[in-house]
Design a binder for this molecule. Structure first.
Ligand SMILES: [Cu+2]
Length: 434
């Protein structure tokens, strides 16, 4: 008896490739989606010149920082701009949403409008933090029904259900909420990311920085209230300003292929962009909430008055180790992976360096003191005043380019130390002044 030949079984993506991908066309129905893509393309055409482009039509504002104990993040897709690239880059990620809005309203407001990197979460030691994750689905890949999670990387979590690893807890399907609960007890800098199909979802942009402020900020018997990175007991981690720096690399091929309903072999990963807070230099030094980068709201520009102490909160959720070098100003490393650098007997293990080595999934807390303004050194001028500029850059020169194009790009930002003390106090992390 002849065995009847069975038609080949197709998985979801193979099926879609036959149905949609052959022509390379993705079926997009909503006119507003096309209009927004056109607007982003227009912005992209001007972004390489680092000029301020015309602002886009009002959208729900992308968030730099989320504070408080009642947080809502919505997971969806969208597009960002990279210097030297006219096509907006397809991404996934998280945006801040109103904790009290209905799922329907959050979908209407944010679906297809994700930001990169995801918002900075700013919480306090001892708080009871409720974080609702809402999965909005994908605007540009409506065929995909991927779930999402929040994994607070490095959190000492006694309860697996809130750890965001889908295999041992819960993942959030499309059009559903899930309430996470965290009781942070260990100050320092962490990161969070989606843990569902995590190689893909993290590379696509589902990551951000979360940090915990110490109880010492309220003051102790011997220390006044203030800004401290840790419960150091001696004020050694006090600072005036803070900037979070989320390090990632991007291979643009899987982003483009996903948008075209094609597969990518992840072992072929070979990045061509290196980014800080979702932007590549020179975009890194544009202000926070710059209108030319509507979905990349978080600046990496480090502004300082002479003599101020600046806290840099580094985290790396790329797949490469990075070596971040600041020449001309010594950096004091006070924390690794949300742990104060002290030995069990209390001795000081902090160290000075000009290069921070940071592997995937690692965090560093670094404090430097802004030097006096030197009128003879290289200076620049912006709307705040005249400044000395120090480059904070990835030491690997491959990571100092945008897709191999000429000129400085990539994982590079600037420290600007101003003449006089023109900067007002910072009210939140990564706040920039123009
Ligand atoms: Cu996800």
């Amino acid at each position: 008896m002849n065995k009847k030949k069975q038609p080949p079984k197709l998985n979801r993506r193979q099926f879609l490739r036959l149905g949609l991908g052959g022509g390379g066309a993705l079926v997009l129905t909503a006119a507003s989606v096309l209009a927004r893509a056109d607007k982003l393309r227009e912005l992209a055409a001007t972004s390489t010149a680092s000029q301020v482009a015309a602002p886009v039509a009002p959208e729900p504002a992308a968030s730099t920082v989320v504070q408080g104990t009642n947080i809502r993040l919505a997971a969806t897709d969208g597009h960002i701009l990279l210097p030297g690239r006219t096509r907006p880059l397809y991404t996934f990620g998280f945006v801040e949403a109103d904790p009290n809005a209905s799922i329907r309203d959050v979908i209407a407001a944010y679906k297809g409008k994700v930001q990169m990197c995801s918002p900075i979460l700013d919480v306090n030691e001892g708080d009871e933090v409720y974080l609702t994750l809402t999965n909005l689905g994908f605007q540009f890949r409506p065929d995909l029904d991927d779930s999402h999670t929040i994994h607070w990387h490095g959190f000492r979590n006694p309860v697996a259900i809130f750890d965001g690893v889908p295999e041992v807890s819960i993942a959030v399907p499309v059009a559903r909420n899930f309430p996470y609960f965290f009781h942070p007890e260990h100050p320092g800098t962490y990161m969070y990311h989606c843990h569902f199909e995590d190689v893909e979802h993290v590379q696509m942009g589902m990551n951000g920085i979360v940090f915990v402020r110490p109880l010492q900020n309220n003051g102790t018997g011997s220390l006044p209230p203030g800004k401290y990175c840790y419960n150091d007991g001696d004020g050694s981690t006090a600072y005036d300003r803070e900037v979070t720096l989320m390090l990632n690399e991007i291979d643009t091929r899987p982003h483009d292929l996903l948008e075209e309903v094609q597969d990518f072999v992840w072992s072929d990963y070979k990045p061509n962009y290196w980014i800080i807070n979702g932007r590549a230099y020179p975009d890194t030094v544009k202000p926070s909430n710059d209108p030319s980068l509507p979905y990349q709201p978080i600046s990496s520009l480090i502004q300082a008055n002479p003599g101020e102490k600046i806290l840099l909160r580094f985290a790396n959720l790329g797949y490469e180790q990075h070596a971040m070098q600041l020449t001309g100003i010594p950096m004091k490393v006070v924390g690794h992976d949300a742990t104060l650098l002290r030995s069990p007997d209390g001795s000081d293990l902090s160290y000075y360096t000009n290069t921070i080595y940071i592997g995937p999934g690692e965090a560093r807390d670094v404090i430097f003191e802004a030097p006096a303004f030197d009128p003879t050194a290289e200076t620049g001028t912006d709307s705040i005043g005249t400044y000395n500029v120090y480059l904070l850059k990835n030491r690997n020169y491959f990571a100092q380019t945008n897709d191999g194009l000429p000129g400085l790009g990539g994982m590079v930002t600037e420290v600007r130390v101003y003449n006089g003390s023109p900067l007002p106090p910072q009210t939140k992390p990564n706040e920039t002044f123009t």
